[in-house]
Write a protein that binds this ligand. Structure first.
Ligand SMILES: [Zn+2]
Length: 135
């Protein structure tokens, strides 16, 4: 196994806190300065993080934040709808004007593609509404 892979394995096993092969960890710790340094910094960060005060946020504040995020998302969706409909119409018309539509088969394939995209969009909107309704 290469040096780099040893370092990766050492750090992964140390982070997981599960060491199936304790001798590997001991050996690598002795021979690798970089991993010794990493392990020391890592444990300092862990100690520092555990000494930070824990704040208990009231449930009403959490609900307020969630509601305002949802409200903002809803407003963005409404704005996007009014902006995207004319834009997609213009894009579709310019496609029709610029692409060769020599015969009815060609035109029909474009209509089939459009219907496919529209039904995919309807499916996505329905799936999105379902996921919003879930608690
Ligand atoms: Zn190492």
């Amino acid at each position: 196994m290469s040096e780099e892979q040893d370092c990766l394995q050492f750090r992964t096993l140390t982070e997981q806190g599960t060491a199936p092969d304790g001798s590997f960890l001991q050996e690598h710790r002795l021979e690798c300065e970089a991993c010794r340094s990493w392990e020391m910094q890592s444990s300092e960060v862990t100690i520092l993080a555990s000494s930070l005060p824990q704040f208990d946020v009231p449930e009403s504040l959490t609900q307020k934040i969630l509601n305002s995020v949802e409200e903002e998302r809803r407003q963005n969706l409404t704005t996007n709808k009014y902006f995207l409909l004319p834009l997609s119409l213009v894009a579709f018309i310019s496609l029709l004007m610029n692409l060769p539509l020599d015969n009815w088969e060609n035109f029909a394939s474009w209509i089939i593609g459009l219907v496919g995209i529209l039904s995919l969009k309807l499916l996505l909107v329905a799936a999105n509404q379902k996921s919003v309704e879930l608690p």
